[in-house]
Ligand binder design. Structure first.
Ligand code: ADP
Ligand code: MG
Length: 250
């Protein structure tokens, strides 16, 4: 579903991604681990083209992201086309990023109506079903500020799902939460994983990676140092850098 090849990205002289390859099969969960500054967020942001790449390419479900191929040349897509592609790539941020002036239900209805031209009634019905799924049906009329961080993040996940994305990207979805609220958000992620949602999750929650990930990817210094099933990468890491990182977070 997601294919990343030879991804390079620099900010000025700083080379943040130095040739990343990644394959995420449909219905699988990939957990990305790595020290702060290793390029994890940049990787997610290039996958949905919030950042332009310098070299390499990203394809989702066989479709190049941000570019059109013609012969052996690549042409940049227009912003409108990129926005259309981005509706197929759900993104959940560390800090929820809900619209503060909209109710929970309005947060979920807005994009399907505006971007996908769904009829409002159908979008509302779908939104209510999603709120039910994340355990927040009773909060439809609340405003984000009236919710706990865990509840806001569950709304943000429901909002991402409302666009029926092909893949969901999570950038440290529990890092901003008080410890007692982490579990309720991870439970939603586990439910999505069980139902076959294709996901890439950047997180430091090793227990979650062990339980849910099909593949664990360890990044350091802008490259994938090693990847494989959790039992291999977490319990029998082959690289010293992976061992050193795990020793710190476990
Ligand atoms: P991670 O998510 O693994 O902590 P990031 O992808 O956020 O790492 O950042 C990787 C490196 O790129 C860091 O050194 C960071 O300071 C730098 N960086 C990230 N975004 C920008 C930006 N917009 N401009 C300049 N440097 C950036
Ligand atoms: Mg980050």
């Amino acid at each position: 579903m997601v294919r990343v090849r030879g991804l390079h990205k620099s900010y000025g002289p700083l080379e943040v991604l130095r040739g990343v390859d990644l394959d995420v099969p449909a219905g699988s969960v990939t957990v990305v681990l790595g020290p702060s500054g290793s390029g994890k967020s940049t990787l997610l942001r290039t996958i949905n083209h919030l950042e332009k790449l310098d070299r390499g390419h990203v394809a989702i479900d066989g479709e190049l992201i941000g570019y059109r191929r013609s012969g052996d040349k690549l042409y940049e897509l227009k912003e409108r086309e990129v926005l259309r592609q981005r509706t197929g790539i759900g993104f959940v941020f560390q800090n929820f990023n809900l619209f503060p002036h909209l109710t929970v239900l309005e947060n979920l209805v807005e994009a399907p109506v505006a971007a996908l031209r769904r009829p409002k009634a159908a979008a509302r019905a779908a939104a209510l079903a999603l709120l039910e799924r994340v355990g927040l049906a009773d909060k439809a009329a609340a405003y984000p500020r009236q919710l706990s961080g865990g509840q806001q993040q569950r709304v943000a996940i429901a909002r991402a799902l409302a666009l029926e994305p092909k893949v969901l990207l999570f950038d440290e979805p529990t890092s901003a939460l008080d410890p007692e609220l982490v579990g309720e958000v991870l439970d939603v992620l586990k439910d999505l994983a069980r139902s076959g949602t294709t996901m890439i999750v950047v997180t430091h929650e090793i227990g979650f990676a062990r339980e849910v990930a099909d593949t664990v990817v360890f990044m350091d210094g802008g490259v994938v140092v090693e990847q494989g099933p959790p039992a291999e990468v977490l319990d029998r890491p082959r690289h010293e850098r992976t061992r050193a990182f795990l020793a710190k977070v476990l």
